[in-house]
Ligand binder design. Structure first.
Ligand SMILES: Nc1ncnc2c1ncn2[C@@H]1O[C@H](COP(=O)(O)OP(=O)(O)O[C@H]2O[C@H](CO)[C@@H](O)[C@H](O)[C@H]2O)[C@@H](O)[C@H]1O
Length: 481
C-alpha cells in the first residue's frame, strides 16, 4: 500500500537550486518510492520552474492569494509528481528565489512563502484532488508557515515533519503581518508562530511539527545547544525526544566516476589511473602547475562565512609554503568572491578560482583534485564531502555536523585500523585548519597510505539507501499513530 506524502520546498533540483536544499528535495522523492512512499512536491512557480515544466494541468485556482490570483499546476519531472504554484504577483520576476538581482531579499518574502504554506494546507485537505497526504513534509523556513495553517484549521489534520537544512535561516517577519497572512490572533503566541516579538516561519514549523528532523545526527545534537540553535535551541531542547538526524545522500547515477560523462577520464576504486588525466585537465582549466608532486586542494562551495572560506583564504600562504596548489569553484558573498579573485591573480600557477556556479566544473574538481577542503564553521550535513568520498578526492573537513558523521579521520588509530577516509580538524580555528593542511600534505608524501585513504573513501556509503529507509519508517510510524 502506498503512503501519500506532500513535500513543500522552495527549491527542487534540477528545476531551481541555490544550495543543497534543492538536491535533497529533488532526490528524496525518488529514493522513497521503493519504500511505498509517494511524494508530491509543492513548489513556487518561479519563471525557471514554469518554463521547465513539460505539460501540466491546472487543478485548483485561488482568486485572491495574498495580492493576486493564482493557479495550482499538477505536473511531473523525471517521473516525480509536482504541484507548482503559479502566482505571477509573487514569483514572476527576475533575480533569485529569495532576492533581486541586487542581492537584497524581496520585501514581500513573508507573503511569497506564506502563500506556499497556505496552499500546502489547502492541498493537504484535498484542494488539488489528490489522495489526502498522511504526512506533510516541510523543508526549511520557506515551508514553515504551512504548519500554522494546518494547526489552526479545524479540519482533520495530517501529520507534520519539519526538516531543517540550515537553522541559521529562520524567516522572521513583523507581527503586524499576521492578519494579512490570514492567521488568527491567537497564533501570535509563544505556543504558536510568535518568535522574538514577530512571526517566525521556521519557529512555526518546529513548534507545530510532530517530528523535527535535520540532516545529520551530530547537527541534531548541535542545534539543541545555544551555539548551534541560533535562538531555537530552547524550543528544540524542550522537545528533544522528537528531534533526530537523518543523513543526506547523493545520487549515485549523477555522481559516479565509473560512468560520469562530464569528466575526461573515468575510473574506479580498483583502478584510479584515470585520475591522472582528470588532474591534468583540472590544472589546465585553472591555470595551475600540473606537477605530480604538488598536491592540489579543491573547493566547491557557496562562498559564505558558514563555510569557513575566510579562514581558508588566510591559509593560502601556508598552502603555497607546503608546495601545494589551490583550485576553487564558488559564488556567494561579494567580499569572499573578491578575496579569491585577488588570491588567484596574486599567485598564478598555484591558486586558481572560478567565481560562479558550474556543475560540469564541480565534477572535474571532484575527479581531479587530490583533496577537497570543507572547513565549515557549521555544516548540517554537507554534500560536497560525500561527492569527494565517492570520487576518491580525500575530504579535509571541520569536525562539525554532518562532516563529523561522514568522514573517518586519518588519526593514528584510524590509520592503523585501516578505516580512515579523510582528515578532520577541530576546533574550527586558523591554527587547527593550518595543522590539518600540514597533516594532509604529510599523508600525501606517503603515496601508498594515501591510496588506501582514497580507496577507503570510495567504499564509503554515501547513497540515499539507508536514509530513505529511515524517512520511510518515520512517515509510516506517524501515519499509523
Ligand atoms: N559554485 C558552485 N558550482 C557548482 N556546484 C556548487 C557550487 N557551490 C556549491 N555547489 C554544490 O551545491 C551543493 C551544495 O550543498 P551543500 O550541502 O554542500 O551546502 P548548502 O550549504 O547549500 O546546503 C544546506 O543544505 C544541505 C542539504 O540538506 C546540507 O547538506 C548543508 O549542510 C546545508 O548547509 C553541493 O553539491 C556543492 O558541490
Amino acid at each position: 500500500m502506498s503512503l501519500p506524502v506532500l513535500a513543500v520546498a522552495s527549491e527542487f533540483y534540477p528545476l531551481i537550486k541555490t544550495g543543497g536544499l534543492a538536491d535533497v528535495a529533488g532526490a528524496l522523492p525518488g529514493a522513497l518510492r521503493p519504500h511505498g512512499v509517494e511524494v508530491t512536491t509543492l513548489l513556487p512557480g518561479y519563471p525557471k520552474v514554469l518554463s521547465a515544466l513539460q505539460g501540466g494541468e491546472t487543478v485548483a485556482r485561488f482568486d485572491a492569494l495574498f495580492g493576486g490570483p493564482a493557479a495550482l499546476i499538477a505536473s511531473e519531472h523525471d517521473g516525480l509528481d509536482l504541484l507548482v504554484l503559479d502566482a505571477p504577483h509573487l514569483y514572476d520576476r527576475g533575480g533569485g528565489p529569495y532576492g533581486g538581482p541586487d542581492g537584497r531579499d524581496w520585501t514581500d518574502n513573508a507573503q511569497r512563502f506564506a502563500a506556499l504554506g497556505f496552499v500546502a494546507n489547502e492541498v493537504a485537505h484535498g484542494a488539488a484532488g489528490l489522495p489526502l497526504p498522511a504526512v506533510v513534509h516541510l523543508h526549511d523556513w520557506q515551508a514553515g508557515l504551512a504548519a500554522a495553517y494546518i494547526a489552526h484549521d479545524p479540519r482533520p489534520r495530517p501529520k507534520i515533519v519539519a526538516t531543517i537544512h540550515n537553522i541559521a535561516f529562520q524567516g522572521w517577519f513583523p507581527a503586524s503581518f499576521l492578519p494579512e497572512l490570514r492567521l488568527p490572533p491567537q497564533a501570535l503566541s509563544v505556543d504558536g508562530v510568535e518568535y522574538f516579538g514577530g512571526i517566525g516561519f521556521l519557529k512555526s514549523a518546529l513548534y507545530h511539527a510532530d517530528r523535527v528532523t535535520t540532516v545529520s545526527p551530530t547537527y541534531a545534537c548541535e542545534i539543541l545547544e545555544p551555539d548551534g540553535g541560533v535562538g531555537l535551541d530552547g524550543l528544540l531542547s524542550g522537545r528533544a525526544a522528537t528531534v533526530s538526524g537523518i543523513l543526506n545522500g547523493i545520487d549515485g547515477d549523477v555522481w559516479n566516476p565509473e560512468t560520469d560523462p562530464r569528466i575526461p577520464a573515468r575510473y574506479s576504486a580498483n583502478d584510479l589511473s584515470g585520475r591522472a588525466e582528470n588532474r591534468r585537465a583540472l590544472a589546465e582549466r585553472f591555470g595551475l602547475e600540473a606537477s605530480p608532486d604538488r598536491l592540489t586542494f579543491g573547493v566547491v562551495s557557496r562562498l559564505s562565512v558558514q563555510k569557513g572560506l575566510d579562514l581558508l583564504a588566510e591559509a593560502v600562504p601556508l598552502i603555497l609554503e607546503l608546495g601545494a596548489n589551490l583550485a576553487l569553484i564558488g559564488a556567494g558573498d561579494g567580499w569572499l568572491e573578491d578575496r579569491y579573485r585577488g588570491l588567484a591573480a596574486a599567485h598564478p600557477g598555484r591558486v586558481g578560482a572560478f567565481i560562479g556556479y558550474d556543475e560540469d566544473l564541480a565534477h572535474l574538481m571532484q575527479a581531479g583534485a587530490d583533496a577537497i577542503l570543507v572547513p565549515s564553521r557549521f555544516e548540517p550535513c554537507g554534500l560536497t564531502q560525500l561527492c569527494a568520498l565517492r570520487y576518491g578526492a580525500v575530504p579535509v573537513v571541520a569536525r562539525v555536523g554532518g562532516l563529523a558523521d561522514t568522514v573517518i579521520d586519518a588519526n593514528p588509530v584510524g590509520l592503523s585500523a585501516g578505516v580512515a577516509t579523510g582528515v578532520q580538524f577541530s576546533p574550527v580555528r586558523q591554527s587547527a585548519l593550518d595543522a590539518a593542511l600540514r597533516r594532509t600534505v604529510a599523508l600525501w608524501a606517503d603515496r601508498a597510505s594515501w591510496s588506501r585513504l582514497q580507496t577507503n573513501a570510495m567504499a564509503s556509503e554515501v547513497s540515499w539507501t539507508a536514509s530513505a529507509k529511515a524517512y520511510a519508517a518515520m512517515f509510516s510510524e506517524l501515519a499509523a499513530a
